[in-house]
Design a protein around this ligand. Structure first.
Ligand code: CP
Ligand code: NVA
Length: 302
């Protein structure tokens, strides 16, 4: 029986700890196994990507395997071939499928019909690989995620939803400052509150007070481009700038999944400043995804 990685709670909290340790051993150059030798990964991208594509492709290669990039222009899904048929066919060729698409249900359907592991590389609902990379970055710079306060400023989007899933599994304090009408998923928020302190507020200043991590994302995600002007109005006052960072802990770090829009959700002085850890964060995508692939495709034990 194979395992998929569609959302952070697919791993138990103990498994997530082991996954971080595995990724850290890879980052430190202490892991020289080739668990994907002779194996291949199909990568379906129905949306654009720089980091996800390159980190999965390079990561697969570093673990001994090969990755195949499938763009919507080239594959038959773009012309309406059912996702389930695609799942069954790709399962005959490859040992794992990574998918980035719009509807989360498509990823669930793909996983249901595939006989190989499926990894979620972003949907409108979740971005689980990114949040695990973010927590790896918190561990890298703050030693641990335990007992830390994470402040999310902006849209209650796929990133915010995955932060809620991470808080549910790992129990750190999460404060979300979102404008009215842009809240994260209500069910994920309620579930996270079972095991973590989660505050949803309207004022970014309230969210960052004493926070160890301040993080944000674009105001209009992929697929929402036509809402840009309306969102710029709704998110006025939600820019992470030096004045906002000054309210956080003195040693607080700033994270952003990238791509970023300087002057919108974050000022240039913050993202390019001394508290920013965004380049390590981007690098950590490679390490955490290698750990995930080693486990779900390569038989590495957690
Ligand atoms: N952060 C992230 O997923 O980046 P890409 O869209 O470039 O893959
Ligand atoms: N929320 C953003 C993340 C991009 C990596 C989007 O979905 O476009």
């Amino acid at each position: 029986m194979h395992r998929d990685f569609l959302e952070i709670p697919d791993f138990s909290s103990d498994e997530l700890h082991s996954l971080f340790v595995l990724a850290e051993s890879m980052r430190a150059g202490r892991y020289d196994k080739k668990p994907l030798a002779g194996k291949s990964l199909a990568m379906i991208f129905m949306k654009s990507s720089t980091r996800t594509r390159v980190s999965f492709e390079v990561g697969t290669w570093q673990l001994g395997g090969a990755a195949w990039f499938l763009s919507p222009r080239d594959v038959q899904i773009g012309r309406g071939e059912p996702i389930g048929d695609t799942a069954k066919v790709l399962s005959r060729y490859v040992n794992g499928i990574m998918i980035r698409t719009f509807s989360h249900q498509d990823v669930v359907d793909l996983a249901r019909d595939a006989s190989v592991p499926v990894i979620n590389g972003l949907t409108d609902y979740l971005h689980p690989c990114q949040i695990l990379a973010d927590i790896l970055t918190i561990r890298q710079h703050l030693g641990t995620h335990e007992g830390k306060v994470v402040a999310w400023i902006g849209d209650g989007n796929n990133m915010a939803n995955s932060w809620l899933n991470a808080a549910w599994r790992l129990g750190f304090e999460l404060r979300l400052a979102c404008p009215e009408g842009y809240e994260p998923d209500a069910a994920l928020l309620e579930r996270a509150r079972e095991r973590a302190t989660v505050h949803l507020v309207r004022d970014p200043h309230e969210a960052v007070r004493g926070a160890h991590v301040v993080t944000t994302d674009v105001w209009a995600s992929m697929g929402q481009e036509e809402e840009q002007a309306e969102r710029e109005r709704a998110f006025a006052g939600f820019t992470v700038n030096a004045a906002l960072m000054a309210r956080a802990e003195r040693d607080a770090i700033f994270l952003h999944c990238l791509p970023a829009h300087r002057g919108e959700e974050v000022s240039a002085e913050v993202i390019d400043g001394p508290q920013s850890r965004v380049w390590d964060e981007a690098e950590n995508r490679l390490h955490i995804q290698k750990a995930i692939m080693a486990v779900v495709m390569g038989g590495e034990a957690l």
